[in-house]
Structure formats: structure tokens, C-alpha cells
Design a protein around this ligand. Sequence first.
Ligand code: 5GP
Length: 362
Amino acid sequence: EHWVTMMPKVELHAHLNGSIRDSTLLELARVLGEKGVIVFSDVEHVIMKSDRTLHEVFKLFDLIHIITTDYTTVTRITKEVVEDFAAENVVYLELRTTPKRNDSIGMSKRSYMEAVVEGLRAVSTVDIAFTPHDLGAGIPANSPPVKDLCNGTTRKKIYVRLLLSIDRRETTAAAMETVKLALEMRDLGVVGIDLSGNPIVGEWITFLPALKFAREQGLFITLHCGEVRNRKEIQAMLEFSPQRIGHACCFEEEEWRKLKTSEIPVEICLTSNIRTESISSIDIHHFVDLYNAKHPLVLCTDDAGVFSTTLSGEYFLAASAFGLGKREMFQLSRNAIDFIFADDKVKRELRENFDSAAMKLD
Ligand code: 5GP
């Protein structure tokens, strides 16, 4: 195994429906094709296409949602996504998803999320800890802790936390419903709120009341910020001072300054930015400037399925594109623990895990 795969990693920006295995998506599409709900050959072409503009990505998500939004499928993809991340040594995962209503099958935002949690419970190839009450990752309280992360003979373990996404197409009331649901599901590992969806749709003030309420109630907040040029919105978002932001592609001088003084950590999704042409080429990616400025940042996949990547792939890409070595990449990965949306006990345990894994990487 390559060292980027062996290395423990933290994934903080992964959309559930963007992280589905191609094989699963094609299988599900084939079944719907047989039922006559969709035309499989049309869909197959769209799923397998590799370069997509940001606009095309959102059209693809509408299609994926038709294919996946039912109870058993949501449970299945959640289980698979967690197992796939754990298989490449992601030891802490914050998985985000937009709770969806699907009236035709009686699905509510709540039952959608229940299907997600059932998926977490169904994880079987690795040990999982996802509620605030789970001690170690699936380790019974009375057994000695197993610290070995990179050793193939030991079962892998992963911490998972959930973020509920507000889609920019939603109304204030719908956004508020998502925040209330998040609050009700805190005991099931929901820790925060994300704002995502097509950046040219919707306005900041529509989501602000729900985001303010979420913050008052102690939920963590991360915002997709600056995927397209929109100075007013970018500034309002930085002003709001979320715990993290995603992307930060289309910032101008003044926004960079604000961001850097704010020290808000940035979730960087290299392949996603390149594929969607948000950034024209990797060598001018803002990772370099932020990294050199020692600004807090974390490498993430965004949509591992849609962009055919993995978190290890993102680390490999950064290492080769920016000339960073094993030690620097390990430190980058470990630093992400500082801005995860989990309590100090989890952070402590993760740091211990990283430090014992470090010895094996040398
Ligand atoms: P889901 O929330 O359905 O599990 O994951 C897919 C959804 O995540 C998409 O419909 C979209 O709202 C959001 N999403 C995925 N990738 C991106 C991205 O690159 N940018 C933005 N703004 N939203 C995204």
C-alpha cells in the first residue's frame, strides 16, 4: 500500500450522495431502468462522464437523487460510503447530507435521516463510533484499547459524525426544519449544519435565520463559500464567522485578508475544484498560498463518487503537485483534528492514534 493510503486521515467535507460507488449507482440505475422509471442508457452515459462543469454537477445530483432517495437505498449508500472511507484509513469522518422529503413514498426529512443512521448501524467491515456516547470506535468499555491503525491484522475503526445540509433551493422554513431535526438528532451523532447546493441559486438572507438559530443552539456550522464570484455573499458569510468554510475559490484580495485574520479553517477539495473548472489549474490553486501562510486547512474529497477520487488520492495529488513530503502530509492530516466538530475526548483519542501510526510510517 502507498503511504498516503496507510496514513490515518480525517475527512471533513464529503456529501453522502456525491460519494456513492460508481458500481452501486449503475446497479441502482439499472434496476430503475428495468422498472421504466428512467432510461438506463441515458443515465449510464451521464454517470460515467468524467469532466463536468459546476452547472452539470448539479444536474447530475438531481438525477442521483431520483435514483437514491428511498429508505433502503439511503441506508445502503451510507453503509458503503463509511466502509469505503474506513478502508483507506479515514479514522474520522464528518459525513454531510441534505435531509429530503419524498412525498410519493411517504419519506420525511426525519425518516430520511433515520435511514442514514440505520446505515451507520449497518457498518460491518470496520468498527464504528458515531454517537456522543460511543466510547472508542466500537470498543467495549472493558476491553483494552487497540491503538494499531495501520496494521492490516487489526480491525479498522472509524469515528463518524453527521452534518445536515441546507440546500440553497430551500425556503427559510425548510432550512429551519433541517436545523430542528439536527437538534433532535444530537444523540445520534448529528453535530452541525452545512449550507450547500447550486451557488447561483438562493440568497444568503434566506438561510441566515436558520443558521443563526443553529448557532444559538450550539450546532457547528460550515458554509460553501466563494464557489462562484459573489463578493456581497462571501463577505456576509465571513462576517457570520462559521466554524469552517468549504472551497473559497473566488475570493478577491480583500476577502483573502478577512479570511486570514479570521483564521476560519478551509476545507480544500482539489479534484472537485479542477473538475468543475472553479480553479483553472492545480498550480495556481489557493492551497499553496493558504498553506504557506499557515492558514488552517484540510484536504477533502467533496464528492468521491462524482469526481472519481478518494481522500488518499487528494493527499497524493497535493503531495505531488506542491512538492510536499510524507512528514508534511502527515502533519497536514493530523492538524485537521483541531477543527473537527467533536469533543475534546475524541480529539485526544485521535491524536494518540495518529502518534502511534506516525512511528510505523517512518
Ligand atoms: P446529498 O446532500 O444529497 O447527500 O449530497 C449531494 C448534494 O450535496 C448536492 O445535491 C448538493 O446540494 C450538495 N453538493 C455536492 N457537491 C457540491 C459542491 O461541489 N458544491 C455545492 N455547493 N454543493 C454540493
